[in-house]
Every structure is written in structure tokens, then in C-alpha cells.
Design a protein around this ligand. Structure first.
Ligand SMILES: [Zn+2]
Ligand SMILES: [Zn+2]
Length: 343
């Protein structure tokens, strides 16, 4: 009985393989059609009549194969806004089928490398893959220098590709990045940097000394309010932007874990790592202080990103927010790369 069954399966397998071989051209055609049609589309931006958030990177300066560095994509009013573009962001957006050539604008919070490391890839890929308008990249004063630096870094690439593909040379002028620098008038706390079709975006300095300026962004649409903190300590300067927010995507620092890790590192002779960890304490948002501030500001949902240390498994993830619930009564979400939230 078993032998008969095996014989039957073998015959089926051979017949199937022979058929597939005979039809390989048709199969290749199907595969190609599927691949071509599988491209990115604006579905993410169009299918929700509110604010939608894709956490495209939860990382920190720590280089990781498992997650991208700082990256938050927001859809509102049918448009896509990208906040920070750390290493791995473009790959992460591609994994979520986001059409990176159709971004309305990119916003950079500050010039720590984990917040703009993939900007060159984004600009360059847009040129190569058909972006039809300049890419607006807005950030603190210093933005123009960063863009100019990327242009210089990609200058030879531009020469080679343009020589090989004249259609790229023709489109070079329109597919460039345009830096928009945010200047604050003396004493100004907030600058409106975007106001179109019901979507407004305000920039406000946060507390990330010695990084000056470091900005957070407040996006509002249809009475909904989203604050993206960038990197910041928990500070009263952020209270106005957080006040009554439906969602706050905030950098997060599990101080109780880092403080435990430092003596362990020293015991293992990892003095260099221990020193790095110590220096991160003063300028990141300790989870407990953040929970208290979110409660005081009446935040509805707190989404933790820029996770330090990265909670690598379910157990650590569960302990990552220890104690926060005692102080904050809204929803707490520990973000993951690829997570989508809507409100
Ligand atoms: Zn950072
Ligand atoms: Zn930073």
C-alpha cells in the first residue's frame, strides 16, 4: 500500500515537473506580470480618512539587521509625509510597498546620523526609479549642507548613469532634493512648516542637548493630533505639542534596563560599552518620566519608538514598559518595524 502510494506520488511529481518544464515560458510570463504589478501604490495613503502611521524604523544608533533606524511615515489627506530617514528606512518602506517617489515631503528632526543616514539612498533611488518632481527635505538649519554633501557623494554615480541612460540625465534637474531649512525667529517656539488641504505640520524645538536645534513635529488633520518627538529628554518644552494629542510617537528609553546593564558590562570588561550607555542616560526619554508627562498632557495613545535597549524577544518586550501603567492611563504601544496604526 505504502509502496503504491509512493509510486503514485513519484509519477505525479515527474509529470508535474515535465508539465512545468513544457510550460516554462508561460510560467515565466506569469511570474514577470506578478512582479511588475506588485509595485508600490498609494493605497496606504488613500484608504483611511484620518491619520495613518507606519512605523518604518524603531532603531537607535545601534546598527541592527533586524530593524531600521528612526523612520515614521504618516498618511493624511491622501498624502505621504516621512519623518526621519535613518539607515534601513528605504528598505523598510519598500517592504510595506510605500511609493517612495510619491512622498509629499521628508522631515528631518535633527542631524544625528540615525535620523538621516538613508537620505542619500532615498534621493538617489528616486532619481533612478522615476521620481517626477523634486523631493522636498525639510529640517533644522544645516539641512542644505547635508543635501549638498549627499550630492557630492553621488556625483560620480550621476555621471556614470547619465552617460549610460540619457533619459536619466534629462530628469536630473527635476529629480533633485530641495532642502528647506526651518529658521525660528527670536523667541518663537513653533513654526508652521506645512499647511495644505487641511493638513498642518508645526515644528517645535525639543530638548536634546547638545543637539541644537532638534525638532519635534506636530501634524494635525480633521481635528486629529499627532506629535512625533524625534530625540528628546522628557521636558516641559514638549508639553504644548503633546497637549490633548490623539497619538504621540515618542522616543523611548528603558532606563531601568540600561542601569542594570551598565555594571554587568563592567564585570565583563566592556568598559567602552558601559561608558557609551552611561552617556545616553541624560539625553533620552526615560519611560517612567515619559508616562507621567503623557498623563499630564492628556495623551490618548503613546507609541514608543527609537527603542533603547531594543526588546529582542517577547519577555523583554513585556518588561520594557514596566511601571509605565502606574502613571499613564492611556494606551501604550511598543512599536515594531512595519507596524501600522490609524486614528
Ligand atoms: Zn536617535
Ligand atoms: Zn539624537
Amino acid at each position: 500500500m505504502v509502496r503504491k502510494l509512493l509510486f503514485g506520488l513519484t509519477v505525479l511529481l515527474v509529470a508535474g515537473t515535465a508539465l512545468a518544464y513544457a510550460q516554462r515560458d508561460a510560467l515565466l510570463g506569469m511570474a514577470i506580470r506578478q512582479r511588475v504589478q506588485q509595485g508600490p501604490d498609494m493605497g496606504f495613503a488613500k484608504d483611511h480618512d484620518g491619520i495613518k502611521v507606519l512605523i518604518c524604523g524603531t532603531g537607535s544608533p545601534e546598527v541592527s539587521s533586524a530593524r531600521a533606524q528612526a523612520c515614521t511615515l504618516v498618511a493624511a489627506g491622501g498624502k505621504l509625509f516621512l519623518f526621519d530617514v535613518g539607515d534601513g528606512s528605504v528598505r523598510s518602506l519598500a517592504a510595506s510597498r510605500i511609493p517612495v517617489n510619491d512622498l509629499e515631503r521628508v522631515f528631518v528632526t535633527h542631524f544625528h546620523s540615525d535620523h538621516f543616514g538613508d537620505l542619500g539612498v532615498l534621493i538617489n533611488a528616486g532619481w533612478i526609479w522615476g521620481r517626477e518632481t523634486p523631493l522636498e527635505v525639510q529640517g533644522p538649519v544645516g539641512m542644505a549642507g547635508v543635501i549638498a554633501g549627499y550630492e557630492q557623494a553621488y556625483a560620480l554615480d550621476e555621471t556614470y548613469r547619465s552617460a549610460n541612460m540619457p533619459h536619466l540625465a534629462e530628469r536630473r534637474a527635476v529629480a533633485r532634493a530641495v532642502p528647506l531649512e526651518i529658521a525660528f525667529a527670536e523667541g518663537a517656539r513653533v513654526v508652521r512648516v506645512y499647511d495644505m488641504d487641511g493638513v498642518t505640520i508645526d515644528a517645535a524645538p525639543v530638548a536634546h542637548d547638545p543637539v541644537r536645534p532638534a525638532l519635534g513635529y506636530l501634524l494635525q488633520y480633521k481635528g486629529r493630533k499627532l506629535f512625533i518627538s524625534g530625540d528628546t529628554e522628557v521636558s516641559p518644552v514638549n508639553l504644548p505639542a503633546m497637549q490633548g494629542a490623539d497619538m504621540v510617537v515618542h522616543e523611548s528609553y528603558a532606563g531601568h534596563m540600561v542601569r542594570r546593564a551598565i555594571p554587568e558590562m563592567r564585570q565583563l570588561g566592556m568598559e567602552f560599552h558601559a561608558r557609551v550607555a552611561e552617556r545616553t542616560i541624560p539625553y533620552h526619554a526615560d519611560n517612567i518620566a515619559l508616562a507621567k508627562q503623557a498623563q499630564a498632557a492628556g495623551v490618548k495613545q503613546l507609541v514608543l519608538t527609537h527603542l533603547i535597549p531594543y526588546p529582542e524577544n517577547a519577555v523583554v518586550r513585556a518588561m520594557y514598559t514596566d511601571g509605565m501603567g502606574d502613571h499613564f492611563k492611556g494606551a501604550i504601544t511598543v512599536a515594531e518595524d512595519g507596524m501600522v496604526l490609524a486614528f
